[in-house]
Design a protein around this ligand. Structure first.
Ligand code: AVI
Length: 318
């Protein structure tokens, strides 16, 4: 998964946690939330009633997939970044019959190959070229896609977990990766009433707690700590200046933990920040994409204006 703290993301788990917990506020890079258990717990968030993102995004894709296909034209390649189980993309595959190729990019090879086999079975006319890669690092796409239009697909608002400057850098990298003849479909969460956001990111005792507190279980398992999840609570707050949700866990009493040979204090009530989730207006995201060299062809929202999908291009004659 993505990270907003490059200095922590490039280290191994133990070093990253030790360094993050010495920052103020204390941090643990969000990429560590998504081990196998975390990824499974995140699916419970996706299925929960309060987290509107998946439903709103599917509504937008269903409504606009045909137009996306018409703009793309026939013989194109769809490159999905972080394709997971390749579920959402089916809405596009179903609605764009002229598509020639699907290139799922996923770090988990087992999940990638299983999903690719299922897509091959269900869409026999489609050429499927799975790529096992961490899309946050440099990787190559197959040359064969240069022959036709390319549609990058980055759903789920994952981009919003990056700091805006890092999002811009990422979009610029994708510009280079997808090539001159490309389009990019990006899911972006909208800034909105903080109460709606807080309801989506807080569910006391619910799936979000399990997901975030799982980091403590992971530390116990992999770093030999003996933290008790009953000593922590989770809370997501909204930072209205920076327009972002800040998800954190809070010790309920003064604790100390030994990581990488260092004794680290975790005082009661002091946050350990796990994840930022930035929220954008349509214009603010279009401006950010433009700074990264993308032109916005369209930016769609769902009916309730909770979420947006931006349809970008780098074609010079858009
Ligand atoms: C993965 N990412 C897009 C989610 C978000 O909405 O920022 C992570 C999440 N954490 C708790 N709920 C959702």
């Amino acid at each position: 998964m993505f990270d907003d703290e490059p200095n922590l993301a490039d280290l191994d788990f133990e070093r990253s946690v030790a360094n993050g917990l010495s920052l103020r506020p204390r941090r643990i890079a969000s990429k560590w939330l998504y081990d196998d258990t975390g990824a499974a717990l995140f699916e419970d968030i996706v299925a929960s009633s309060g987290y509107y993102v998946p439903r709103a995004e599917l509504e937008i894709l269903d409504t606009n997939a045909r137009e996306i296909g018409q703009t793309l034209g026939d013989g194109g390649s769809l490159v999905e970044l972080g394709s997971g189980a390749s579920t959402k993309v089916r809405r596009l595959l179903d609605a764009i019959p002229g598509l020639k190729r699907y290139v799922p990019v996923e770090i988990s090879e087992a999940q990638l190959l299983e999903a690719a086999a299922t897509i091959r079975r269900d869409y026999p006319a489609l050429e499927v070229i799975p790529i096992a890669a961490d899309f946050t690092k440099d990787f190559d796409l197959p040359d064969v896609i240069d022959a036709g239009p390319v549609l990058g697909f980055f759903p789920g608002s994952t981009l919003c977990n990056l700091l805006p400057t890092n999002s811009e850098t990422f979009l610029r990298r994708m510009h280079k990766l997808l090539g001159e003849n490309s389009f990019f479909l990006v899911g972006v969460d909208l800034d909105k009433d903080p109460d709606v956001l807080l309801a989506a990111y807080n569910e006391p005792g619910g799936a979000i707690w399990d997901f975030n507190l799982n980091i403590l279980e992971r530390m116990n398992r992999e770093l030999g700590t003996s933290l008790d999840i009953a000593d922590f609570r989770h809370e997501a707050t909204y930072n209205s200046d920076l327009r972002r949700i800040e998800a954190a866990i809070y010790p309920l009493r003064d604790l100390s933990v030994q990581v990488a040979g260092q004794a680290i204090d975790l005082p009661a009530g002091q946050p350990i920040v796990l994840e930022y989730s930035h929220k954008y207006t349509l214009d603010a995201f279009a401006a950010l994409a433009s700074r990264a060299g993308w032109q916005t062809l369209n930016a769609w929202t769902d009916n309730k204006r909770l979420f947006s999908v931006h349809f970008l291009t780098n074609r010079s004659q858009a």
